[in-house]
Design a binder for this molecule. Structure first.
Ligand SMILES: *Cc1c(COP(=O)(O)O)cnc(C)c1O
Length: 466
């Protein structure tokens, strides 16, 4: 493919993409395929000779689409949203073309400096304390990680190094990390990867981890001679969008000199709205804070933004410096390779730049508010039907509900709804109660889609009664 062909083929593909997204709601949101379906559709080996673009583009529908779960369909209400927007897609084309690997400032100055400015822009949009911004000229700053899981692991490894340095001669097996029993599986996994013990602490009646629970656990461990070194607090849990008590936890962490990392993967985007910003109060007590614009802020996967109070905690933990990566400007500006696990990194901040400029903060706020309003609308529908109950407060774009009655009834409801493939929802289990989650996900979800989904759920519920 030369540039002339590229112009033609890429334009054709752009039309395909626009058509796909324009009519995505007409497709069945879930695929109807069995494991191994694709091997049947593809040849056993790669072609020896080049093929025709016409054949390739035709095969998207034949080979790819049958096995797609359409995450951006307005009928997708599972998990949490994954961001999708045209400005972000445009940036993806550009960053593929630039295809720089911006591990040091020198390896691509624009890649590093755009990221620094975008992290400050976003930090200000959610009113982060000044000390997290590059602009403050202090030791703080932000970085784009691939995922929230990586951000948690980076925080945990940095905290581990800091703690081992402070308690000279301490052994790894003495270190202990904490999170709530509602935290994401990636938090427990970070401790596994970091080879440290993690305690998942019980939450209160609002599924929120409280300061006194944490303080008690820390005391128990210290009495045993163990070394508490990090707490991962969650704002907006995956199961039910519950919030840990950040102020209480932060106060305990400050007193005990323990690293506080905040995982706000989903909820973080809502903090650009002043009315939701109080949910972040207490962030001034944190050592690191992370959320995923690739979930709810219209910046396509992958873009997980992480701020740290003191970047030396991270860069000193991860620094190795071979000659082939050194450069003359070292020390004057971040070399992001020291802030992350891989060496290579993409020019992801271009996606933020395009999205910020083409939407503006105001339209991004509208996007969040629209989703929250749609969730409230669904909540009202559920509350209007005596067979159902809403089981957790609806703060953002997630509604947790169930049929009044035993778990098996709700398991059956979930199974049948997804089997019909008109909408997609995913369940969770909290304290032995099986709960259905309904998340507002697509950028284009409307009030009609909410009514459609609710009718579908009611119909299936009625079938269960027979
Ligand atoms: C989605 C989610 C994660 C995982 O996000 P990745 O970016 O896929 O690693 C972590 N924590 C919470 C609370 C989440 O909702």
């Amino acid at each position: 493919m030369d540039s002339t062909e590229f112009r033609r083929c890429a334009k054709e593909l752009v039309d395909f993409v626009a058509d796909y997204l324009d009519r995505i709601g007409e497709r069945s949101v879930l695929p109807d395929v069995q494991p191994g379906f694709m091997a049947e559709l593809l040849p056993d080996e790669a072609p020896q000779e080049s093929e025709n673009w016409k054949e390739v583009i035709k095969d998207i529908e034949r080979v790819v689409m049958p096995g797609m779960t359409h995450w951006n369909s307005p009928h997708f209400h599972a998990y949490f949203p994954t961001a999708n927007s045209y400005p972000s897609m445009c940036a993806d084309i550009l960053l593929s073309a630039l295809s720089c690997i911006g591990f040091t400032w020198m390896s691509s100055p624009s890649c590093t400096e755009m990221e620094m400015v975008m992290m400050d822009w976003l930090g200000k949009a959610i009113q982060l304390p000044e000390h997290f911004l590059f602009e403050s000229k202090g030791p703080g700053g932000g970085v784009i990680q691939g995922t929230a899981s990586e951000a948690t692991l980076v925080a945990l490894l940095a905290a581990r190094s800091r703690s081992l340095a402070l308690t000279k001669g301490a052994k790894l097996e003495k270190l202990v990390a904490y999170a709530s029993d509602q935290s994401h599986s990636s938090v427990e996994r970070a401790a596994l990867l970091g080879a440290v013990r993690m305690r998942l602490l019980p939450t209160d009646e609002n599924l929120s981890l409280r300061g006194d629970t944490l303080a008690k656990a820390i005391k128990e461990d210290k009495d045993k001679g163990d070394i508490p070194f990090i707490v991962v607090a969650t704002l907006g849990t995956t199961s039910t969008c519950a919030f840990d008590n950040l102020k209480e936890i932060g106060t305990v962490c400050s007193k005990e000199d323990i690293w506080l990392h905040i995982d706000a993967a989903y909820a973080g985007s809502s903090f650009i709205c002043p009315e939701f910003r109080p949910l972040l109060d207490g962030v001034e007590l944190a050592d690191s804070f992370n959320f995923n614009p690739h979930k709810w802020l219209l910046v396509g996967f992958d873009c997980s933004t992480m701020w740290v109070k003191n970047r030396l905690d991270i860069t000193e933990a991860f620094s190795v410096n071979p000659t082939y990566l050194k450069h003359e400007k070292e020390g004057q500006i971040p070399d992001y390779r020291h802030w992350q696990i891989p060496l290579g990194r993409r020019f992801r901040s271009l996606k933020m730049w395009f999205v910020f400029r083409m939407y503006g903060i105001r339209k991004l706020q509208e996007h969040i508010r629209k989703h929250v309003a749609l969730a409230k609308e669904f909540e009202r529908l559920v509350c209007g039907d005596a067979r159902f109950e809403v089981v957790e407060p609806v703060l953002l774009g997630l509604v947790c509900f169930r049929l009044k009655g035993p778990n098996h009834l709700n398991e059956e409801l979930n199974r049948r709804v997804n089997e019909r493939r008109r909408i997609h929802i995913t369940p969770t289990r909290v304290r032995d109660r099986y709960i259905l989650r309904f998340a507002i996900c697509s950028r284009v979800t409307t009030s009609e889609d909410i009514t459609f989904a609710w009718e579908e759920i009611r119909q299936v519920a009625a079938l269960l009664e027979k």
